[in-house]
Design a protein around this ligand. Structure first.
Ligand code: GDP
Ligand code: MG
Length: 191
């Protein structure tokens, strides 16, 4: 047993309004005490919050037990105005893993993911970067614009994992963070 818990910086990127903050959740003291929530929810918070301030950027800490190993994710929920500044570049440099978020109800938001992916590869100077792509709002079935077939073909072409999630219903949120943590552990093995 070692008490040095490894930490990984994760950056959540995507167009405004796609559900980045809902997915990431809000930091509470609960997140520091419960290492193994049975159904960890919208990542750190246990409820779906309807309205986050879209201009606020926040960092959350979440210990996660995956494959018998405890790690801490430092998750930066970006605010989405950074396309117009050099902030994206700063975020990308600081991140070890990335969650690229689009809304299943808004096809245009997938274009943003495509450009973010290229930006990450350029700034990192490598394509071996831990990334998970997340389509949100899967509960809004009748508003859906991005079919699963599109997602499957993109996932193949990009060779990246995609998840269809709902923060509102807490569908597949934890899968996203577990997948990314596993990728980061492989990419950045302990010394
Ligand atoms: P951000 O700008 O990417 O951080 O987006 P927010 O997390 O603030 O979400 C934007 C809007 O989408 C808010 O009104 C949320 O309540 C809503 N939203 C986010 N995730 C979901 C979801 O999974 N299902 C539904 N129905 N609405 C969602
Ligand atoms: Mg937000």
């Amino acid at each position: 047993w070692t008490n040095t818990m490894r930490q990984f910086n994760v950056v959540v990127l995507g167009a405004g309004g796609v559900g980045k903050s809902a997915l990431t959740g809000e930091s509470t003291s609960l997140s520091h005490h419960h290492c193994l929530p049975s159904s960890p929810v919208r990542f750190v918070r246990d409820v779906f919050v309807e309205n986050y301030d879209p201009t606020i950027e926040e960092q959350y800490h979440r210990p996660m037990m995956v494959d018998g190993e405890l790690s801490s994710l430092e998750v930066l929920d970006t605010a989405g105005a950074e396309q117009f500044t050099s902030l994206n570049e700063v975020y990308i440099k600081s991140g070890r893993g990335f969650i690229l978020v689009f809304s299943l109800t808004q096809e245009v938001s997938l274009k943003e993911v495509e450009s973010l992916r290229k930006q990450i590869f350029r700034i990192k100077g490598s394509e071996s970067v831990p990334i998970v792509v997340v389509g949100t709002k899967s509960d809004l079935v009748s508003e859906r614009e991005v079919p699963t077939t599109t997602i499957e073909s993109l996932a193949n072409r990009w060779n990246l994992p995609f998840y269809e999630t709902s923060a509102k219903r807490n569908w597949h949120i934890n899968d996203v963070f577990e997948d990314l943590l596993r990728q980061m552990r492989l990419r950045y093995p302990p010394d």
